[in-house]
Design a binder for this molecule. Structure first.
Ligand SMILES: Cc1cc2nc3c(=O)[nH]c(=O)nc-3n(C[C@H](O)[C@H](O)[C@H](O)COP(=O)(O)O)c2cc1C
Length: 153
């Protein structure tokens, strides 16, 4: 993307983050990976809220179908997710701890109902040993110009 090999890793329960990623201008050599929980989240928003609350408050390990990835080829790793309870879903921590991200550059991004990405970036920094974690970006709507500017930081 924009001339650098980019892996876009994301989790999306209800499709908002997925639709955002689908708009990113990927180029040959880039890759997107949707993180799939071993135990899928319920369709019901309220049941999902209840489960996510327990996971976040208990700092739970959420199982991943496709946790381990070969990311050595990429110049930058974008990690996207919905904000859940002011932070990132625990599946993001599982991804970070299952992979060796030392020396890599991570760009966190999110969608949300209104909350910004600050707390989620702190959580990512705590779990991405040896990686450089850049400034996060909350997308209200897709803008190629905003995406490009954020990636140039
Ligand atoms: C379990 C859960 C917790 C959420 N917590 C927040 C929150 O704390 N702040 C916020 O602004 N939005 C919150 N939301 C809204 C989502 O961040 C928002 O709808 C997001 O765009 C959904 O993305 P997705 O469709 O890719 O899953 C929450 C949604 C769910 C399901």
């Amino acid at each position: 993307m924009f001339g650098k090999k980019t892996a876009v890793i994301y989790f999306s329960r209800s499709g908002v983050t997925r639709s955002l990623v689908e708009k990113f201008p990927l180029e040959e050599g880039d890759r997107t990976i949707e993180l799939i929980p071993s135990d899928p989240y319920p369709k019901s928003y309220f049941k999902t809220l209840a489960r996510a609350k327990v996971e976040i408050e208990g700092n739970a390990d959420v199982g991943l179908e496709n946790g381990k990835q070969d990311l050595g080829l990429y110049n930058r790793i974008l990690i996207g997710f919905p904000i859940w309870f002011w932070t990132c879903p625990k599946i993001i921590k599982s991804f970070l701890t299952e992979n060796d991200l030392r020396g890599m550059t991570i760009y966190p991004f999110c969608t949300s109902g209104g909350i910004d990405i600050t707390e989620a970036v702190d959580e990512i920094k705590r779990n991405a040993d040896g990686a450089t974690v850049k400034k996060g970006m909350r997308f209200r709507k897709y803008s190629e110009e905003a995406l490009k500017k954020w990636l140039e930081q």
